[in-house]
Ligand binder design. Sequence first.
Ligand SMILES: [Zn+2]
Length: 284
Amino acid sequence: MQRSFPTLRAAARWLLLAAVSAAGFALGVAASRPAPLSQAAVLPTPPPAGQPAPGRGPGGSSLPGAAPPASQAELPPLVCLTFDDGPSRTTPAVLAALEEAEVPATFFVVANENNESYLPLIRQAAQAGCEIALHSASHRYSDIYRSADAFWEDIALLRQRIAPYVDDGEVRCLRFPGGSTNTVSRKYGGDALMGQLKEQAEEQGWRWVDWNVSAEDAAGKKLSAEEVCRNVTGGSAGLERCIVLMHDSATTGTTAEALPSIIRWYKEEGYAFCTVSQLYDALE
Ligand SMILES: [Zn+2]
């Protein structure tokens, strides 16, 4: 699996830059924004319910240092498969599907009393070329979004718990539980909390990441593998860059079941697979 990454990285460097230029257009980022790009410029935030995902509009702006303009049609599409809320009993099936297809993914992990015995799986994932990233130790909104201090204490605990299995220096990305646009944090920590957390994350050098495609596999309703696949592929149609939110929690076994079909679809559509950090690294 590892062997395909350098090729991707080398081949896709300018293409990524151009793709992000297009994203900047879609997100309304000023064309004069200096490199390196901030998280907001690089990665999309999830669209509010009922609105189209960002990145669907025509591209065309350019950033300083970016490659010569290229139309969206000339860019190879890119996909980051991401899994939240694991590891769990679902994770081995996810890893098996990834390894079988020789594609990487990024895991935004949790570490609490429920999944302790599955934590060694993150070592296996990292060894297979996947990226391990931070989500939350407890994932309890009422706890982590009480205050900025409470949030960072939870993150410190998570890092401590995963430290036996993954090199802490290689953990660079973070996904806020509920996403960076979540509203639940207001209830516990006030209106200003999320803005403060994003700022602090950037100050500390964390790359925080949302998504622009969702499997909707943790929305409460139990989905079939076919529904998961349809949500992902339907949400990706026409997108040049996909950061796909899926879950490898104890209750999302059908996502693992859907994964071979999902991967096949992206391959047939000509997408290249990369981890979230590979996307960032290619921009620096
Ligand atoms: Zn989560």
